[in-house]
Design a protein around this ligand. Structure first.
Ligand code: LIP
Length: 264
């Protein structure tokens, strides 16, 4: 099996190529949507095209690895490594032209389950901003060559905490009730709309913490490794691993305090 550093190099190389395609399609899409298709169709087409590029490049370079992507079915791993990919994370931002979307690519060992996998390498590329976050297991997390560190402890003024809300209106009351429990810990809240960038923000110390219910493995695979390699913690409710039920990410002190109040 390749080393985490080699896997990171491949993730970075493909994330850049995929991000440039996503940005190009977004630019082209704006003109097409103005004349022909609904912008939603443009976004879907871009999502699928970008994921196909990533999947094809990985298959060519590492044919025995598995694949789990937002837009296509899972591919079983023969090597023990699975690539967990969100081709365009922050899809609604992408559709609206908000420059907060990212290509998220991670290599994990074991079953592609955030609660049990071992993340080996990851890259989160934000093409609209031109920032590439990367990490390899045991090697640290970096933004364009600068080593990242989570904030710990957070300011006495309170924590800057990001969160998100699912697309299903039936979940909003519960999400808002949970947010009310967290507010006493916060100086302010941010809702950026892309989990991979929220997690990258925690790793970079731009956010003190992040929590969200309902995330998919591909939303958090690369960003979670960034947080861990930047000295932070990532988990779920009641000491369980992160996943659809809940993902919490922060420096150790705030992680403990968020875990105490996020109980459902
Ligand atoms: C998004 C996440 C975001 C969440 C959205 C959506 P997508 O992923 O990154 O954190 O709040 O509901 O799930 O759908 O843009 O890949």
């Amino acid at each position: 099996m390749s080393s985490p550093v080699e896997l990171q190099r491949l993730a970075v190389e493909i994330a850049r190529e995929a991000g440039e395609l996503a940005a190009r399609r977004r630019h082209e899409g704006v003109s097409i949507a103005a004349t022909k298709s609904a912008l939603a169709d443009i976004v879907t087409d871009a999502d699928r095209e970008v994921e196909a590029l990533i999947r094809d490049r990985l298959a060519a370079d590492r044919p025995d690895d598995g694949f789990l992507g937002e837009e296509s079915g899972a591919g079983v791993s023969r090597s023990g490594v699975t690539w967990v990919v969100d081709p365009i994370d922050g899809t609604v931002n992408y559709a609206y032209g908000i420059p907060a979307y990212a290509v998220s690519i991670a290599a994990v060992e074991g079953e592609p389950d955030p609660a049990s996998w071992t993340a080996l390498a990851g890259a989160v590329f934000s093409p609209a901003v031109g920032e590439l976050f990367q990490a390899a297991r045991g090697e640290g997390a970096f933004l364009d060559g600068r080593r990242l560190t989570v904030t710990d402890p957070v300011s006495a003024a309170g924590a800057l905490i990001a969160t998100g809300f699912g697309y299903d209106p039936a979940t909003h009351a519960g999400d808002l009730a949970r947010l009310m429990k967290v507010m006493p810990l916060a100086r302010d809240i941010r809702r950026m709309g892309a989990a991979s960038l929220d997690l990258a923000g925690v790793a970079a110390g731009r956010l003190d913490g992040y929590f969200e219910r309902g995330l998919h493995p591909w939303d958090i695979a690369a960003g979670s490794l960034l947080v861990l390699e930047a000295g932070g913690r990532v988990g779920g409710i009641g000491g369980r691993g992160p996943g659809r039920t809940m993902t919490i990410a922060a420096g150790p002190d705030l992680f403990r305090r968020l875990s105490d109040v996020i109980t459902d």
